[in-house]
Design a protein around this ligand. Structure first.
Ligand code: FE
Length: 177
């Protein structure tokens, strides 16, 4: 890297000295993304849970871990906006594509994708981190609208579950920006 005024040895380890922008949001640090307390997993369907990491109401996206402990079809949905995924455990695939997302895989789902998520037989547990922008638009095989999720429905689900499990409705606040 070339800089006009190379830093002196003293400055190399010096923190940035100026204030952050006054309106900048607070960072989020989650020490145990895979939580030690199972109550943090929000039930989504039978044997399907999500764990919120960043619920970004300002930009309309959310980052979560999806955990599945069953095989078969999970959902069919369209993405008007991009999705990024990183497979932490297990594997999954889409009926519309011939690849399999294995442990360690990164997946980019471009806007316009409609796909049917399947966890293959023999996978005891699948955990994937997804960053979902905008909405998950659920459809039948012919594109008929069956429902949707966005960052606000996710926040609502978290609040309802955290009240019920005793963590309290404010527990979700730490993930909201
Ligand atoms: Fe998807």
């Amino acid at each position: 890297m070339s800089v006009e005024n190379p830093e002196t040895q003293d400055e190399a380890r010096m923190p940035y000295q100026l204030p952050f922008p006054r309106d900048a949001q607070e960072e989020i640090v989650v020490p145990h993304a895979i939580p030690e307390d199972d109550r943090v997993w929000v039930p989504q369907a039978e044997n399907v849970w999500f764990r919120p990491l960043c619920l970004n109401r300002s930009s309309g996206y959310w980052v979560n871990l999806l955990k599945v402990r069953k095989s078969g079809v999970l959902s069919r949905h369209r993405h008007p906006n991009p999705v990024h995924g990183y497979v932490i455990k297990g594997r999954w695939e889409y009926l519309e594509h011939d690849w399999v997302a294995e442990t360690g895989s990164y997946v980019y789902e471009p806007p316009g994708e409609t796909h049917t998520l399947v966890v293959p037989e023999g996978v005891e547990e699948m955990i994937t981190m997804f960053q979902v922008n905008g909405v998950m638009y659920y459809v039948d095989p012919w594109g008929k609208h069956m429902g949707y999720e966005d960052v606000f429905t996710k926040i609502d689900m978290c609040r309802a579950h955290y009240i019920k499990c005793g963590l309290g409705e404010d527990y979700v606040d730490q993930f909201i920006r």
